[in-house]
Design a protein around this ligand. Structure first.
Ligand SMILES: C[S@@+](CC[C@H](N)C(=O)[O-])C[C@H]1O[C@@H](n2cnc3c(N)ncnc32)[C@H](O)[C@@H]1O
Length: 238
């Protein structure tokens, strides 16, 4: 597992609104300030950077394909809702999209898309049961204990089919490792600012080991068109 640091996102420099903290992970307040600037900078999904649109579109197309046997989908942690918006506009699926931060500016409730502000699983305890679910780009925010707790709640919920989409793995090899070591040494001497502590990157074996610990037995994986991974968790009773 490698720690991930970031100095900006979507062309917004974190130093514009926060003091970068390489020890503590970005908290709710950090994200709140970030999204204030984000929604000032961008007016709609079409406004977002081209490479972002391309990656999230690949993921949305994969989710449509993965869920071909299901009409109803649960999305956990939908963020700005780009993927969910693409799915409802390009398929006959119904989506329930949940997100704890009040980030529903562009993804609005529609006949085929219901949104709920809150954390999984508490915020949907009164909703109907979903057989198919996914989360995209959530894993990296969790330390190992939080990761296990989150996926234990996914396991206990009892989806027939669940996908972790857009799993980003750390770059490996001599050059990447050497660069990391040099940055670590320079930052020890105050000569390099690593940036804001952003999360954790795990390789596929580390993901599988944690998911097995949670209880999942049927685990398979593959890659999206742009290279990041997806991991499929099937209910062994299927
Ligand atoms: C990096 S964002 C990904 C957003 C979006 N899925 C995407 O692919 O662009 C991760 C999201 O997960 C949400 N999240 C974290 N824990 C969650 C939980 N227990 N239930 C629901 N959402 C959660 C966060 O609020 C955050 O918006």
């Amino acid at each position: 597992m490698k720690k991930l640091y970031q100095k900006g996102w979507f062309g917004i420099k974190f130093s514009e609104f926060a003091k970068l903290d390489s020890e503590n992970i970005a908290d709710d307040k950090f994200y709140e300030k970030f999204y204030e600037l984000f929604y000032k900078k961008f007016d709609s999904y079409n406004d977002l950077p081209k490479d972002y649109i391309e990656c999230k579109t690949n993921i949305a197309k994969d989710i449509i394909n993965f869920s071909k046997d299901y009409k109803d989908i649960l999305s956990i942690g939908c963020g700005n809702g780009f993927i969910e918006n693409f799915i409802i506009k390009n398929s006959d699926k119904n989506i329930l999209a949940i997100e704890p931060s009040n980030n529903f500016k562009w993804l609005t409730n529609a006949e085929t898309c219901k949104t709920i502000i809150g954390f999984f699983p508490e915020c949907i305890k009164d909703e109907r049961k979903y057989e198919f679910g996914y989360c995209s780009t959530i894993d990296y925010v969790f330390n190992n204990e939080e990761y296990i707790n989150f996926f234990k709640s996914v396991y206990d919920y009892g989806f027939k089919d669940f996908y972790l989409a857009e799993v980003i793995v750390p770059s490996e090899g001599f050059v990447a490792s050497t660069k990391e070591i040099i940055k670590d040494v320079l930052s020890l001497f105050g000569l390099y600012n690593k940036g804001q502590f952003w999360g954790y990157l795990r390789n596929i074996d580390e993901h599988i080991a944690l998911l097995k610990k949670v209880g999942f037995k049927k685990i398979t994986y593959g890659t999206h068109k742009h290279g990041s991974y997806w991991i499929r968790l099937e209910n062994e009773k299927n």
